[in-house]
Design a protein around this ligand. Structure first.
Ligand code: GLV
Length: 320
């Protein structure tokens, strides 16, 4: 690698990774506490040997061209890498890496947080108490759906989907799994693999754990939502465009399904305006991996990936 490679980190990240990068490279950090605007971004990335990117940094041909021919690695601070034009990077000889594994358990925890919040109306309950509307025990106040003993449908049965499944044993749930792209091994996990239509019809809770690809875009639309039980809940901690958000807003408003818990949106940071008005959906700002431990581990792994490529070593997690 060049004596001191020149690295750009597009957002402030936990220290663990930054310290590692600083040992071997000259690091420039986005000085703002916000994502860079496109024109700023195009300036900042010029002449870098490596870029450590966030999932909302769109890494397309224009960006790669602006960075220059010396760019060797784009290290994404995320497991999902739909923000990167991987084909274009490959064409230009740029290695792309991601951070699988380290966020599996944290993300599975959060899928459960959304599931339980949606089913038992935790957010509505909190709002009611804060608004001074808790006027005493009420046998019919804020009734929700039971979780224990119900059927959990997991769409995308990779690392995170399986981690969600393991947590379901404590709730004595029946697990249905659908994995869109290929047959997948799930050793030791008692799940029944079914078709998407069977999963939609039979599940009381459906949780999404697929990457965003052309095949999974709008995997859940009007037809799919209509085939769910009216008592069912839909949870999304994967990527927003896996659901047709307008169709979901309609489904929640017209009660085709009971509720939803969302951490991701079709056009982040925008949220469909109808969703913002509905009480039967819990809305989170893309924080499934946002635990101290997980974000520190992501930082470290993204830095390790980037350094390995610059050193000419096999990277831990290259996607191209
Ligand atoms: C978060 O959304 C990730 O892909 O890591």
């Amino acid at each position: 690698m060049p004596a001191r490679p020149n690295v750009f980190v597009t957002r402030k990240i936990p220290e663990s990774g930054l310290l590692l990068l600083k040992k071997e490279t000259d690091v420039t950090l986005n000085p703002n506490d916000r994502a860079l605007k496109r024109n700023e971004f195009l300036e900042y990335i010029k002449g870098r040997d490596g870029i450590l990117t966030q999932l909302n940094d769109k890494m397309d041909a224009q960006v790669m061209e602006a960075a220059g021919k010396q760019l060797k690695v784009i290290s994404n601070y995320a497991v999902g890498f739909d923000n990167i034009d991987v084909k274009e990077a490959t064409k230009r000889g740029i290695v792309v890496t991601n951070t699988p594994g380290v966020l599996t358990e944290g993300t599975a925890d959060f899928a459960w947080a959304l599931l339980m919040s949606a089913a038992r109306r935790v957010v509505e309950a909190d709002a009611l108490v804060r608004q001074g509307k808790f006027v005493g025990w009420d046998p019919l106040l804020l009734l929700g759906g039971n979780i224990y003993g119900k059927t959990l449908g997991i769409i995308g049965f990779g690392r995170i989907g399986q981690a969600v499944a393991r947590r379901a044993y404590g709730f004595n749930m029946k697990i249905l799994a659908y994995h869109p792209s290929r047959v997948i091994e799930a050793p030791g996990i008692a799940a029944k693999f079914v078709s998407l239509s069977e999963l939609l019809k039979e599940s009381d809770f459906i949780t999404l754990h697929t990457p965003l690809t052309p095949e999974t875009r709008h995997l859940i639309g009007e037809k799919e939502l209509k085939s769910m039980k009216p008592t069912a809940y839909l949870i999304n901690t994967a990527r927003g465009p896996v659901i047709d958000e307008a169709a979901l807003a309609k489904a929640l408003k017209e009660k085709w399904i009971a509720g939803a818990g969302l951490d991701v949106y079709e056009k982040e940071p925008e949220v469909h305006p109808e969703l913002l008005k509905l009480p039967n959906v819990v809305l989170a700002p893309h924080i499934s991996s946002a635990s101290f431990e997980t974000r520190s581990d992501i930082s470290l792994l993204a830095a390790k990936n980037l350094l390995a490529v610059l050193r000419g070593e096999p990277s831990l997690h290259r996607v191209n």
